[in-house]
Design a binder for this molecule. Structure first.
Ligand SMILES: [Zn+2]
Length: 114
């Protein structure tokens, strides 16, 4: 994949990272430990614990995606973005638009999952 095509993905990746960081910041409070004394209104303690667990799971997925996106930016810096790590062919831009942190093409992904 040529450098100028790679560079078109940089702002998309950065925008996605901003979005994830903003969501992470806004959900921080949801995962704060629940004090046993605190009044939690209509929600039972069990419900709020389940919600907390869901929020923690969501946050860890977002952090993982952020890590992958950071690596995608590094691949742009090195000129390796959009090249399949397995067959070294270009990953179609439609796939990259759908999954900005893709490192292998669909054919190799299917092959690897067999
Ligand atoms: Zn491939």
């Amino acid at each position: 994949m040529d450098k100028s095509t790679q560079e078109t993905f940089r702002p998309l990746i950065e925008a996605r990272m901003d979005e994830l960081n903003a969501t992470l910041a806004s959900t921080k409070e949801d995962t704060a430990a629940i004090s046993p004394d605190v009044s939690i209104g209509r929600l039972s303690r069990l419900d709020s614990m389940q919600m907390q667990q869901m929020a923690v799971g969501m946050q860890s997925r977002m952090r993982e995606e952020l890590k992958q996106l950071k690596e995608a930016l590094l691949r742009i810096d090195r000129g390796r973005y959009g090249t399949c790590e397995m067959c070294r062919k270009d990953i179609p831009t439609e796939r990259l638009e759908f999954q900005l942190d893709a490192t292998v093409c669909v054919a190799c992904l299917r092959g690897a999952r067999k």
